[in-house]
Design a protein around this ligand. Structure first.
Ligand code: NDP
Ligand code: GUE
Length: 354
């Protein structure tokens, strides 16, 4: 009896979906069965020009299409700034992000500087708490708890990695899931992992990766994707998001044997290792789409200062791939714009605007 009732509901649901889907084009409908149920980019995505159903991907001996992130980040920032302007003029309120930085790592200072500047550009107010390298865990927990309780703070970001003596998991667990704009809290990661559930926030870099693919017209559904790296910041949540977008995903890590063999079968290769040039041109299938998440600060060849290098040997990969992100200027800027977008979403939730 119960089986029959459920069948009826399922059939009714299917009919509804079918009817609704017939009104929507595949790229504009957010409820259709073809699209993920957790998040889609704000803007309508362009048609899947890089995966025309009838054509084989090819590089044809030419250099790959460069998947630039800066124009996408700029567009998202304009959208976020516009919403914040309307929020301010409408209800006199604005989003506020709390940033917690422990210690003196040069790369962390660079990343925080970029994030604070971006917040300023779009009208997100920031409050920064900087603690010394040797601070007590209890001091850090107090700072985070203070931001949890402050109703004027909508997003909390604890810059990682933390110094060795601090228990990173303990700190992440204390951040309120509803202010966790990084999306690292187990509740948010757990809900991202379970199909049909909706986390408060999706981590910024993985979201940036998908945003970049979709906005450049790369179809993900049904493709073979490889992600190298399984960190909680990038690798793990990217693998979950790619699955939500219906890719068939393999996750590679430090113990994977013959990684080049596995990557050479992938349509989409996402690299998040933190080792400059680890992925060589001969690891890739001809025509693959390559997303290089690596942002490694390396000594400038001239000997003066530092420059940023990705995890992919760009000069080799660009001759094999059909499309590839540059470093800098690829996923990084889109990641930052996702932080702005998450913080805006959090403020809207707090103000009852969603
Ligand atoms: N563009 C962006 O927006 C962002 C870029 N990044 C960048 O991404 C890079 C990685 O950062 P993060 O994820 O935090 O780093 P982690 O060190 O936390 O993770 C690195 C991952 O790479 C794996 N790995 C290490 N060596 C190898 C190897 N030889 N072969 C295969 N896999 C390997 C590790 O495997 P195992 O788990 O087995 O140890 C681990 O899963 C950095 O350059 C960072 O700056 C980070 C965040 C955002
Ligand atoms: N709590 C937390 N959240 C994070 O999101 C987080 C973190 N900790 N720890 C470190 C990683 C790294 N990360 C990047 C963000 C932006 C760029 C970025 O903007 N990159 C620029 C270049 C940056 C430069 O010039 O150094 C680009 O690729 O064009 C890169 C990497 C976020 N992370």
């Amino acid at each position: 009896m119960r089986g029959c009732a459920t069948d009826g509901v399922v059939a009714w649901h299917r009919t509804l979906r079918k009817a609704f889907h017939s009104f929507c084009s595949p790229t504009s409908c957010i409820f259709g069965p073809n699209l993920p149920d957790v998040w889609v980019p704000r803007e309508h995505t362009p048609p899947h020009t890089l995966f025309p159903e009838s054509l084989q991907w090819a590089n044809n001996g030419h250099n790959a299409l460069i998947l630039e992130g800066k124009p996408i980040a700029k567009q998202i920032k304009l959208e976020v700034a516009d919403e914040i302007r309307r929020m301010k003029s409408g209800i006199g309120k604005f989003p506020r992000l709390a940033v917690v930085l422990v210690g003196d790592r040069r790369d962390s200072h660079t990343f925080i500087h970029i994030k604070l500047k971006a917040c300023d550009q779009v009208g997100i107010e920031t409050v920064t708490s900087q603690l010394p390298e040797n601070c007590d865990e209890s001091e850090l927990l107090d700072v985070v708890s203070g931001f949890n309780e402050d109703p004027d703070v909508h997003g909390i970001l604890v810059q990682l990695p933390l110094p060795q003596h601090l228990d990173e998991e303990k700190i992440i667990n204390v951040v309120s899931p509803e202010k966790d704009v990084d999306g690292f809290h187990p509740l948010n990661i757990g809900n991202l992992a379970i199909r049909g559930r909706k986390p408060f926030f999706v981590p910024c870099a993985p979201k940036g990766c998908i945003e970049l693919l979709l906005r450049h017209g790369v179809e993900i559904k049904g493709k073979r994707a490889v992600i190298i790296g399984r960190s909680k910041i990038v690798g793990l949540p990217t693998s979950l998001l790619l699955q939500r977008h219906h890719a068939t995903v393999s996750v590679l890590h430090a113990y994977t044997k013959n990684p080049e063999h596995i990557t050479s079968e992938a349509d989409i290769v996402v690299v998040d290792v933190g080792v400059p040039n680890i992925v060589r041109g001969n690891w890739l299938k001809k025509g693959a789409v390559v997303i290089d998440m690596g942002t490694n600060q390396v000594k400038d060849p001239s000997g003066h200062g530092f420059c940023v290098s990705g995890d992919v040997c760009f000069e080799e990969a660009v001759k094999v791939a059909s499309a590839i992100t540059p470093v800098p200027g690829g996923v990084g800027p889109v990641t930052i714009s996702m932080l702005l977008s998450n913080t805006l979403d959090s403020a809207k939730r707090a103000f009852g605007m969603v």
